[in-house]
Design a protein around this ligand. Structure first.
Ligand code: FES
Length: 118
C-alpha cells in the first residue's frame, strides 16, 4: 500500500492551490473559494487543516468566528468544531462539518477536492 495518502485519490480528486505556505500566520484562518465552494484554511500549532466554511447548525460562515487551538468557533450561536476531523464539539452544533485533505510543500498549500466538485 502507498504511503502517500494522495496517491489513491489521484483519479477521483483534484489538487487546487489555496495559499502560499508562508502566507497564513499560526492561529489564523483564511477563506479560499474553490470550485464553487468556500474552504476555510486553519493554521494551528499542529499544522494546517481545511474545513467547509459553513457551520452545520444554521449555515453561518465560520470565517467570521475565531480559531482557538484546533477548535473553530461559530460566530452565530457559539457552536464549535474540531478542525482536524470536523467533529462538533459544542452545542447547538451537533453535526460534523466536512474536512479536506491538504498537501503542503514549497509550492504552497493545496486542497484535495473530489472531481464531482469541478
Ligand atoms: S449557526 Fe453555527 S452554532 Fe448556530
Amino acid at each position: 500500500m502507498s504511503e502517500n495518502p494522495f496517491e489513491h485519490n489521484l483519479l477521483t480528486h483534484k489538487l487546487c492551490k489555496i495559499a502560499d505556505h508562508d502566507e497564513l500566520p499560526q492561529g489564523k484562518t483564511q477563506v479560499a473559494a474553490v470550485n464553487g465552494r468556500e474552504v476555510l484554511l486553519c493554521h494551528t500549532a499542529e499544522g494546517y487543516f481545511a474545513v467547509d466554511n459553513l457551520c452545520s447548525h444554521a449555515a453561518a460562515r465560520l470565517c467570521d468566528g475565531k480559531l482557538k487551538g484546533h477548535r473553530v468557533l461559530c460566530p452565530m450561536h457559539g457552536g464549535s468544531f474540531d478542525v482536524r476531523d470536523g467533529v462538533a464539539l459544542s452545542r447547538p452544533a451537533t453535526a460534523p462539518i466536512r474536512t479536506y485533505q491538504l498537501l503542503v510543500n514549497e509550492q504552497g498549500i493545496f486542497v484535495s477536492l473530489p472531481d464531482e466538485a469541478t
